[in-house]
Design a protein around this ligand. Structure first.
Ligand SMILES: NC(=O)c1ccc[n+]([C@@H]2O[C@H](COP(=O)([O-])OP(=O)(O)OC[C@H]3O[C@@H](n4cnc5c(N)ncnc54)[C@H](O)[C@@H]3O)[C@@H](O)[C@H]2O)c1
Ligand SMILES: O=P(O)(O)OC[C@H](O)CO
Length: 584
């Protein structure tokens, strides 16, 4: 009988429990009696790939992709187990196996002859596997440890206090009746495990330009079918139903895979399913992406109360906030409050059409729950869309909200026909006020967040290429031409159904500034607000310090009136500040 057969017999005796592990090791030592070169030759002749049970590599890859830690605990030898671990992508610090003790050559310092085993390794003894698991648990606060194996010594892992919580017996290579009898679950094919692992279903709530660009990326990611696939292919998208050229918009999207009204240039993908009923759209979703204009979000959330799958997680891409008598509320806070689920945010310099064109863009996921953030990162990350994680969700969302006010100022600069220096001044002051206001409301907000793509990055992109900038620019030109138009009118004409966030946000933020007596500390925010409400002419966009110095007076009427802060100076005509007031 050859060495291989003799070792196999001993291994089987140890695995079916008829020989103690210590005895089996001793006897193996006598049989093997190998040198380091013998081991090298063995590994070369029998590379790890040739020694794998079918399906095990895919199973491990898939578990790791879900963030599960994998350990290899073996009664075999470390020298032979490490190459297998490397092949399976298991870090060597996660390997427990027996260590060989060598005789060393005094001259060369090289190992020459096997002389025994390191008996301090838990795997050198019976009950060694539960001991190894106990060590793992001491070092890591895992909630659940599952042992998968085919031997009695693997089964012991679950029969001992402090060991594994569940044992899955394997009959993939060899079936041992005692193991099959006692296992919590017994499989003959690792693909059975793979198939039963949870896959996450994703829903998008919203169907405007950014919602469509985002769902297109998600659908590209969920469509990938490989061992690491964690997501159901189809993505359900709630569409606020409307007619488009005589047909229902949802029908048009489901037949053409394009949203012709809000994102006309781009194919969303065959796996995006437009759903007109919001409850149907999210009912089965594990991951819910909110991306609707902020003014609709409260009504949206109210419709979903009690309709969300237990354990679902959310992310908000919406930029804006809500102001209630009891104080401000960010959209993610509203989702959390009304729906009782975790909600991260995704914020960045993300102009929808550029992302549709697959131009490089950056975003952060602001999170409290790292596991949720990592899952969401997987559904958004594309080669052209770099997503990083930021543990400051409030800071990120405040950036996304407030930059829309600054973008109005930047649009005014453009409408006034001024150049980059003036716009830079508005952007710089805007960033200062964004940071100050965010920290004043939420002291935990981090300074560094404003240097991220959700801060300065988004501010620059929006002030040069956003819709708020565009509409404010045209509004300013109309004012200067003496043919004033309203923001609503220009929004409808220029954006064709898309929604501006900046004007509402400016009014919402100004309400907070007024309530707290902070207007003077935020001259750009205050001046922009006064301009869009007709109290100051657009030229104050670059003279915001002066613009904010006017007091608002309520002379016994509901109407606000702007007057200069220094009463003796001459005022302009009527209640609206003019250039002559500023000259004062
Ligand atoms: N467009 C962008 O480039 C972009 C980029 C980043 C972030 N955002 C933010 O994403 C959010 C969503 O913007 P968008 O670009 O996806 O939308 P959008 O402005 O392009 O479209 C408006 C959407 O609102 C929907 N709608 C209209 N009336 C509604 C109602 N009563 N109730 C619910 N929905 C209604 C429309 O069907 C449409 O889907 C906003 O907060 C925006 O600031 C937009
Ligand atoms: O087009 P805007 O002005 O709504 O801005 C779009 C995005 O917020 C840019 O990141």
């Amino acid at each position: 009988m050859g060495v291989k057969e003799q070792v196999e017999i001993l291994t089987n005796k140890a695995m079916d429990g008829s020989l103690s592990l210590e005895q089996a090791l001793d006897e193996r030592l006598n049989i093997i009696n190998c040198s380091p070169d013998d081991i090298k030759r063995f590994i070369k002749a029998h590379p790890p790939a040739s020694r794998m049970a079918p399906g095990i590599k895919d199973l491990i890859t898939s578990l790791q992709a879900r963030g599960k830690a994998i350990y290899l605990i073996s009664g075999g030898f470390r020298e032979l187990t490490l190459p297998i671990a490397a092949y399976l992508g298991i870090p060597k610090e996660n390997v427990f196996a027996n260590r060989m003790n060598w005789q060393w050559d005094d001259e060369t310092g090289m190992p020459t002859r096997l002389v025994g085993f390191d008996m301090s390794e838990p795997t050198a003894h019976n009950q060694g596997k539960p001991q190894a698991i106990a060590r793992i648990r001491q070092r890591n606060p895992y909630n659940t440890v599952v042992m998968i194996g085919d031997g009695i010594t693997d089964l012991e892992a679950v029969q001992t206090t402090g060991g594994a919580d569940l044992f899955i017996g394997s009959g993939v290579v060899v079936e041992r009746p005692a193991v099959a009898r006692e296992a919590d679950w017994y499989v003959y094919d690792y693909n059975d495990l793979l198939r039963t692992m949870q896959r996450y279903s994703v829903a998008m709530v919203g169907s405007g330009a950014w919602a469509c660009a985002a769902v297109r990326m998600i659908a590209q990611n969920t469509q990938v079918d490989d061992a690491a696939d964690e997501f159901v292919d189809d993505v359900r998208m709630w569409v606020y139903e409307e007619d488009f050229e005589g047909k229902k918009l949802t029908e048009v999207i489901n037949t053409t895979h394009v949203n012709p009204k809000y994102f006309p240039e781009f194919d969303l993908g065959p796996n995006v399913v437009a759903v007109p009923n919001i409850v149907d759209a999210v009912a089965d979703a594990d991951l819910i992406v909110f991306c609707a204009p902020h003014q609709f979000m409260h009504n949206i959330c109210k419709q979903l109360v009690g309709k969300i799958k237990p354990g679902a997680m959310a992310i908000s891409l919406t930029k804006g906030m809500r102001v209630r008598p009891e104080g401000p509320q960010l959209i993610s806070q509203m989702v959390r409050r009304l729906l009782g689920i975790d909600c991260c945010v995704l914020m960045g310099a993300n102009i929808a059409t550029d992302i549709g064109r697959e131009q490089l863009s950056e975003a952060v996921i602001g999170y409290d729950n790292l596991d949720a953030a990592q899952l969401f990162q997987k559904i958004f990350q594309r080669p052209y869309f770099r997503v990083s994680l930021l543990p400051d969700p409030v800071g990120a969302e405040m950036c996304g909200t407030l930059k829309n006010i600054v973008a109005l100022g930047a649009g005014m600069v453009d409408g006034l026909g001024l150049g980059p220096n003036s716009k830079a001044a508005v952007i710089r002051q805007g960033l200062v006020e964004m940071r100050a206001f965010s920290k004043a409301l939420y002291p935990s907000v981090r300074d560094d967040t404003f240097m991220e793509c959700c801060g300065i990055g988004d501010l620059v992109a929006t002030c040069y290429g956003g819709r708020n900038r565009l509409v404010a620019c045209e509004w300013t030109k109309a004012q200067l031409a003496g043919k004033p138009r309203t923001f609503e009118d220009l929004e409808a004409e220029l954006l064709k159904g898309q929604k501006l966030q900046g004007v509402l946000t400016s009014n919402e933020v100004q309400e907070i500034l007024k309530m707290r007596g902070w207007e003077g500390q935020y001259p750009l925010f205050t001046t922009v607000n006064r301009i869009i409400n007709g109290y100051l002419p657009p030229k104050y966009a670059v003279d915001f310090v002066a613009g904010a110095k006017y007091h608002i007076r309520r002379p016994g009427t509901e109407d606000e009136e702007i007057v200069p802060s220094r009463p003796k100076r001459p005022a302009g005509a009527g209640g609206v500040a003019t250039a002559s007031m500023h000259a004062a």
